[in-house]
Design a protein around this ligand. Structure first.
Ligand SMILES: *Cc1c(COP(=O)(O)O)cnc(C)c1O
Length: 396
């Protein structure tokens, strides 16, 4: 593209992914942005320094590299501004610290990413924030839980590991009637398959560690806010000294270029495997929002544009004392699926899911939950691997 301004507003998503962020004309025509390693930025004179009257002033306050990524994320999210943080977990803790004070009450979805619960139950609680967990499928009923001191409602859809869908529009509307900030962890869908701000969310959170990175080699998070919440979010990041690293920012922007085509592959392969699992007698249930059999399917269909490659299934095991042994037998037999945390990379992963921290949405009783991340491998090979796992579970 000869010049970024010619990218039309109705361009398709892959066209936009190929061109957003960096304007080649701003840096000698090079297609990719420079990786700027910086602390000091020089000023021409004291007046400029005093007024901070130039675009860049210090390494923590943004560079052409971090700006290129933040601009790309703003275009995808429809946000007024984006901060970069050192991990997806920090993309949750930083906005919570930005918007919560001692004496406030926060409503957190019970199917939340587990380390978020740890942050809430330890540090936020110690600082005097009252934490309450709510049912992911509460919808507009969230209003009954809102108290005069409720300041923040945190959502995540689908829920971590068990994939419950949330009616984000209904929750946002109820929360806003009481002046609450609504945050959403949108890591699973990415802004390509769901745009939280279009559904009333104020602050959209991402572990860019996952699909934007795409290669399991970067830890980074992003937080994008609407115009009303951007100043307070930005101030918090600057006040705490939190910023994105140059090489990581460069690589996340690089990952975004191919995220659309990668996601299409993840989506197709994951659905193929999910349907195949659903047809097996040794599978009790498949927890995937794009399956019509899944309880939150209608919300997913109404609000989301697609599904990524992470979902879970319940292995059918009658005797609860056998849950662990059967799940371990299956997982230890897999060879293509790696046994490891995180997801969004090119390689398939499988993990046993521990739901002991849940307060409301307890672990299923019809068998152990196993989470899959379907990578970029060929589906026939993945099914072969899983088949061997099921045989081992049956024999265990
Ligand atoms: C992985 C993940 C995070 C945390 O990301 P890290 O970069 O690993 O800290 C946050 N939210 C969700 C939903 C995740 O899956």
């Amino acid at each position: 593209m000869k010049n970024k301004a010619s990218l039309s507003g109705d361009a398709g998503v892959n066209t936009r992914l190929a061109h957003i962020g960096h304007d080649p004309q701003s840096y000698h025509g090079f297609l990719n942005p420079p990786v700027v390693h910086a602390s000091t930025v020089l000023f021409p004179d004291c007046r400029t320094m005093e007024k901070r009257d130039q675009k860049y002033t210090y390494g923590t306050r943004g560079t052409p590299t971090t700006d290129a990524l933040c601009e790309a994320l703003d275009e995808l999210e429809g946000s007024a501004g984006t901060i970069l943080v050192p991990s997806g977990l920090a993309a949750i803790s930083v906005p919570f610290l930005a918007f919560l004070s001692a004496g406030d009450h926060a409503l957190i979805v019970d199917s939340v990413y587990a380390p978020c619960r740890q942050f809430c139950d330890t540090m936020l609680t110690r600082m005097g924030v009252e934490i309450e967990y709510y049912d992911p499928e509460i919808g507009a009923g969230i209003e009954t839980l809102i108290k005069p001191n409720t300041r923040l409602v945190h959502t995540e859809a689908p829920g971590s590991n068990t994939m419950e869908m949330q009616d984000i529009r209904a929750i946002s509307d109820a929360a806003h009637r009481h002046g609450c900030v609504v945050t959403m962890d949108n890591t699973w869908a990415t802004p390509l398959y769901f745009r939280p701000l279009d559904f009333g969310v104020d602050v959209s959170i991402h572990a860019t560690t996952k699909y934007p990175s795409g290669h399991s080699d970067i830890i980074m998070g992003s937080v994008s806010a609407n115009a009303a919440h951007w100043p307070q979010l930005k101030d918090a990041a600057l006040t705490m000294g939190i910023c994105g690293a140059p090489d990581d920012s460069y690589l996340i922007l690089r990952g975004l270029r191919s995220m659309g085509v990668r996601l299409e592959h993840h989506q197709r392969s994951a659905l193929d495997v999910a349907h195949w699992l659903e047809g097996r007698d040794d599978v009790a249930r498949v927890l995937h929002p794009a399956l019509p059999s899944f309880p939150g399917h209608d919300i997913w269909k109404r609000d989301f544009k697609g599904a990524s490659g992470v979902f879970s299934f319940v292995l059918k095991v009658n005797d609860p004392s056998q849950f662990k042994a059967k799940a371990h037998a299956l997982l230890d037999t897999l060879t293509l699926f790696g046994l490891g945390y995180s997801w969004g990379g090119y390689e398939s992963l499988a993990v046993p899911v521990n739901l002991l921290d849940r307060r409301i949405r307890r672990a299923p009783t019809d068998g152990p939950v196993i989470r899959l991340q379907i990578g970029l491998e060929d589906v026939a090979d993945l099914k072969k691997d899983l088949k061997a796992g099921f045989a081992a579970a049956a024999a265990a």
